[in-house]
Design a protein around this ligand. Structure first.
Ligand code: FAD
Length: 360
């Protein structure tokens, strides 16, 4: 029987493996990490991501996901509050991704943890455990490019550095955050804060390289800068759970895969499209791409057809999200946009809806 090899066991890879195995195909997933690990992510699950996870059989209640129904958007001493157009969930990626890989394994996919793919060549995968010759390859390595199929990120916004920490908040701060996601804007960046499972708070933050270097280049300097924001001051008494923050640089915001050079390589998740993080829709895209790629393969279609369909599905929300990100970076458009949102907080709901992808 022909075999699909999935490179990467994040949401895109795990989701695809479940769908392919359910359809009776032979699936072999390679994940470079031996054990589940924390990943840089705001851990905000939109309604589309929730629906996709539900279809895969992941039970968010059982996994302990928090519920979030309100967005608080702060800049300086101002803050506006708006209801989300859906109830979002908060769940750590370490727990979520592990649950999906377990499900994939139970569905019949072969999962090899601790195996990295070093290169994708025509008809051949070079891995740390020898070569493979799959009929079809799903490239789902997320933020990490694999030799031979690197993304062409020309024209994307690669100027941000991301940080993520899990925090234990004092009781009052935790109660205040319950049911909400805080987005705190600061000069050349923003932070997102929300509760995930077990009352833990996830703080995920993006700052431009220029600003990071201007304030000293360290996480400590970034955190202290954040504490000076009035609506982040309550984090001063938070306990950091990680030994050190997770960091990432050069995420290619606005990337949307175009040309297929190899009809047997399907790009999924962040390998296919990278929507600005503030939308909280990257996981939904990963899961949607997984569902679409699996259905195309099951029906005997090729990668070019799949990429064209995915591009069509994502183009609008990607364009709106990248335009908003660009507005946020320039003083006058940012000022106008925040002014508008102050007068019409309901517009936040429209913007959130406009940056959603269709559920799969
Ligand atoms: C700062 C930030 C905040 C974000 N916040 C949110 C949010 O709140 N909500 C949301 O929906 N989205 C958010 N996103 C986006 C979201 O995290 C991604 O879109 C999503 O994780 C993509 O899933 P994926 O499966 O494509 O990749 P990943 O989750 O990155 O998974 C890729 C997997 O491949 C493995 N891998 C990598 N290279 C290899 C290799 N060579 N061989 C084998 N395995 C390999 C990795 O170990 C990993 O497990 C955020 C992104 C960033 C950067």
């Amino acid at each position: 029987m022909s075999e699909v090899v999935v490179v990467g066991g994040g949401l895109a890879g795990g989701g695809a493996a479940i769908r392919l195995a359910r359809a009776g195909l032979a699936v072999h997933l390679l994940e470079r990490e031996r054990e589940p690990v924390d990943k840089i992510c705001g851990e905000f699950l939109s309604i589309e991501a929730q629906r996709a996870l539900d279809r895969l059989g992941a039970d968010l209640d059982q996994l302990g996901a928090s519920r979030i129904s309100t967005l608080r958007l702060a800049w300086g001493s101002r803050r506006i509050e708006a209801s989300l157009p859906f109830v979002a969930r908060g769940l750590g990626r370490k727990r979520l991704d592990a649950a999906l890989l377990d499900l994939a394994e139970r569905t019949g996919a072969k999962i090899d943890r601790g195996v990295a793919v070093r290169a994708v060549e025509p008809g051949r995968l070079v891995t740390t455990r020898g070569d493979l010759a799959p009929t079809v390859t799903f490239a789902a390595s997320g933020k990490h490019d694999v030799r031979g199929i690197s993304r062409d990120v020309a024209g994307c916004d690669t100027d941000y550095v991301g940080f993520k920490v899990h925090l234990r908040l004092p009781v009052r701060a935790r109660a205040d955050l319950d049911g909400k996601v805080d987005v705190i804007l600061f000069e050349d960046g923003y932070a997102g804060l929300q509760l995930i499972e077990d009352g833990i708070a996830n703080l995920c933050l993006l700052i431009t390289k220029r600003r990071l270097s201007a304030i000293g280049g360290t996480w400590r300097a970034v955190f202290e800068m954040l504490l000076r924001e009035p609506y982040a001051a309550m984090l001063a008494d938070a306990e950091e759970i990680f030994a050190r923050p997770l960091t990432i640089a050069g995420v290619p915001y606005g990337y949307l895969h175009r040309d297929s050079t190899d009809d047997r390589v399907f790009r999924l998740g962040d390998q296919a499209a990278v929507i600005p993080s503030f939308c909280g829709e990257g996981m939904a895209i990963a899961l949607r791409s997984a569902a679409l790629a699996a259905s195309v393969v099951v029906e005997g279609g090729d990668a070019a057809a799949y990429h064209a369909m995915l591009r069509r599905d994502l183009r609008r929300s990607m364009a709106i999200a990248t335009t908003l990100q660009r507005c946020g970076r320039t003083a006058l458009p940012r000022h106008l946009l925040l002014g508008l949102l102050r007068i019409h907080p309901d517009a936040i709901g429209h913007l959130i809806r406009a940056t959603r992808v269709a559920a799969c």
